[in-house]
Design a protein around this ligand. Structure first.
Ligand SMILES: [Zn+2]
Length: 143
């Protein structure tokens, strides 16, 4: 193994480590389940995954709730005619539909973020950190 290429490119120290390993070693879980992260691990932390899309969840709620809400609106309309009461379930249905359309737009955005995250994760596998100066650099394997 050629050690030289793993030397810090900034200060020349050989006290370097792969970021993923430095992170794993610096993260510990206490008795009460609390997580503590060392300074080096904080620097060497992996990229964070984007929050998952809530589209399917909201779609499921719409499919379950909207028919019931519409039924309630019809019943209230038959009981009270045009008034505030039947308008309430209609407004809730409209709001659910608005949430559905909004999450549909976000779904495309989240898909792009996921792709970006996978590329970041791929790069992360090649990153090394200097434990002396904290410099992070890419090591390209050339075997
Ligand atoms: Zn260094």
């Amino acid at each position: 193994m050629k050690v030289k290429k793993y030397r810090c490119q900034k200060c020349g120290a050989s006290n370097t480590q792969k970021c993923s390993i430095a992170y794993q070693q610096g993260v510990s879980t206490g008795f009460r389940g609390e997580t503590s992260i060392s300074g080096i691990a904080r620097l060497a932390a992996p990229p964070t995954a984007p929050a998952p899309s809530r589209f399917k969840f909201i779609l499921a709620i719409c499919l379950l709730a909207v028919p019931i809400l519409l039924l309630i609106a019809v019943v209230l309309f038959m009981l009270e005619g045009i008034s505030v009461a039947p308008a309430v379930p209609l407004l809730i249905s409209g709001y659910l539909f608005y949430l559905l359309v909004r999450s549909m737009g976000r779904r495309t955005h989240i898909a792009a973020l996921k792709k970006e995250y996978e590329q970041d994760l791929d790069l992360y596998q090649r990153l090394w950190i200097c434990r002396d100066c904290g410099h992070i650099y890419e090591v390209v394997e050339s075997n």
